[in-house]
Design a binder for this molecule. Sequence first.
Ligand SMILES: [Fe+2]
Length: 427
Amino acid sequence: MLAFVGCVKGNPIEIGSGAQDGGTIAIANCGYSITTRLGAEAPTLAVDAFGDDATPRLVHLGFVGDPKTSMVAQWRTADEVTRAGLVRYAKGANLTAEELTETAPGIQFAYESTGGESPRMHQAHMCGLEPGTTYSYQVGAHDPVSGASSFSPVYSFRTAPDIVAHPDTEVVIGSLGDCRNGYDIWEQLTTRVKTYDPDLVVFTGDAVTIGITQYEWEAFLGRAEPLFATVPVVFAHGNHEVNAVNFFSQFAQPGDQENFGVDYGHVHLTVLNDTPAEVADLTGKTVAFLRADLEASKAATWKLAMHHQPVWSSATAHGSNLTLQQAWQPLYDQYKVDLVLNGHDHDFELSKPMVGQSTQSSVDKGTVYLVQGGAGAELYDNASQFFTQYAEKTYGASVLHVRANQLTLDAFRPDGSTIPAGFTKSK
Ligand SMILES: [Fe+2]
């Protein structure tokens, strides 16, 4: 039970006093539902309180449905703001607030966190969008009683392209991981990733030191807001997220938010949780999901997988995860996954192309594994083993450029200098 007492128009109210065992709400305009986890309230459209400060904070984008036609805007307010708010949006870049002629209703819920906090999250789901199109939007809320309103700045985003209609379209994907407790570097890197004008950002886990502490999530989302308010993020759960309700509450994602597939441009990206609440899932349910997802997407031009812990790493802190080598790599081999994105070891390492325990002579013949846990967390020592193409003890991030016939990966340090290990594969 939450016990926060807020104040609306001078009248004390008790808010968030509902059960914290989660719940489901249908998102009518999108044809799907949102389910919150144990530790969070059931989501609702609107209750009765505007609250003293409805200023939207930590605005960030994600998606639950098809990224060609949908987008989810998410934001925080002061805990007592139970009026759900809305998103105002319209097709076009850099529009004024007055030009945002479409609206979609918001939902809201609070969740329990450390320090007696009950952060209140809001989501507004935009559906029926046009592919490959730029939209402007802002989020916020009206108080119909007082007439007060609080809205965010106007931001822009781009939906995923329709590659059937436009097969030559290039998609740009920024990739980062492991920023916990290192948010100056994190801000530097997210600022630099934004200069590449990415369509999508993927995060390989460990945003925070421990997932139940809200203040680090505030830094993670706040320092990256210029990027995350304009580019949707897909987040792979890391061990430091500890399956906390904070993680599940703040990131709307497809499926169960842990294991899901995304089609974006010519890429099929499989996202997996390699530290699930039930350890047995690693070699059980998750393997079954991975097999089914890769089987269903085997016609995809480019197959990428993303999860936190490295299948192949020579770093001395963690190194290769042998369970994943045994349980998951055979499926990467079988379905010829092109590239696997991992973090957990706080350095940079790109593997040679691998099949089983053997290095291959060409990227056409095996899967390449990227370890890049250098988005701000204290660095670990790198090393070099038989599978290492290049390793360096450095902070950094990567950008993927994906076209129908070519996938490239460029990695860089926070100062923008190039990490001298690239990945280019043509088909
Ligand atoms: Fe980790």
